[in-house]
Design a protein around this ligand. Sequence first.
Ligand code: AKG
Ligand code: FE2
Length: 340
Amino acid sequence: MGRRGLAGCGDRIMEQSVKTDRASTATPRRKSDYSLLERFRYRCGKKFKDLRFVLNRDVFKNPAARRLHREHPVTLSEAQARVVQELTSRGIAMIHVDELLGHSGLYEAVAEAADAFEHGGAVVEGIRRYEEHYGDSSWKEYIVRRFGNGERVGGDDPLVRFALCGELLDTVNAYMGMWTRLLGVNLWYTIPLAAQRERLASQNWHRDPEDQSLVKVFLQFREVDKGAGPFEYVPGSRAGGKYSHLWPMATGSGTRGYIPDELIDEHVEEGDIVTGTCRAGTLIFCDTSGFHRGGFARENPRLTGLFMYKTPASLYDCILNIDRVCDSETRTPQAGFALE
Ligand SMILES: O=C(O)CCC(=O)C(=O)O
Ligand SMILES: [Fe+2]
């Protein structure tokens, strides 16, 4: 998606459009840079997208995905059931991989890929560049990513296999009440920097724009303490929660921008914020339609696996070009659906 050209045109978020995990090279345009005709066309386009989303959500796509979920019941393990229950009640659940996956070999394979990434040239170069140029940052330059947007990824890649394994996918689908689609996978290295700097991009409070309910799973390969910029979440901010009215959700066509800190400071009780400090090997399941932020690391890096799921109604494409064909005979119908 990149920086959305006219994100929020005509409303208060014109100058602070939210982007997701996608790179951008575009220079941001300000509201005054757009002609009346451009604004009109943008608004019409947005209304049309909103309508398409609602039709997909209520009529065409999600009801069919719900039916598939009902028609193919799966038995959840105790650990999965606990995650679903916590996701349902709070929008966030943390669990160690050993508890959710046992020793299936899947974690070991992604951990090996993460190790290779962490010690590879891209991270070394990313750190060097960021330490030198952090003052010029405009987006997520503080994160080095394993995959770029649209990159071709094998169907048997350990990250893809991890994302599609029953332990994760069945859990996510059970929470969502439907078969979901994969929005992407990635490895992130969050660069720590003690220097004085502003929060940027998803270091600020926001709701993710891709869907009205979605799940991101963050796998923390190393311990995350306060100095590593832990993920933070406000459970009561999902639809129906006590903070849901504070910064209403996007409509399907995208973002409503970043949430001013003052709004959170003023209205959200400190005890209502969950901080994702955790030991190595922790999975954080989260419905990121709620308020969240993270990655403002000052002392220690984070090495994170990212697995993202959306409903079929979402108008956002998978951020990667993942091969549908793979060698593993273990691919389930749910996994096939997730890749469609
Ligand atoms: O880096 C983080 O912890 C936050 C990431 C985030 O907001 C997202 O992936 O949607
Ligand atoms: Fe986010």
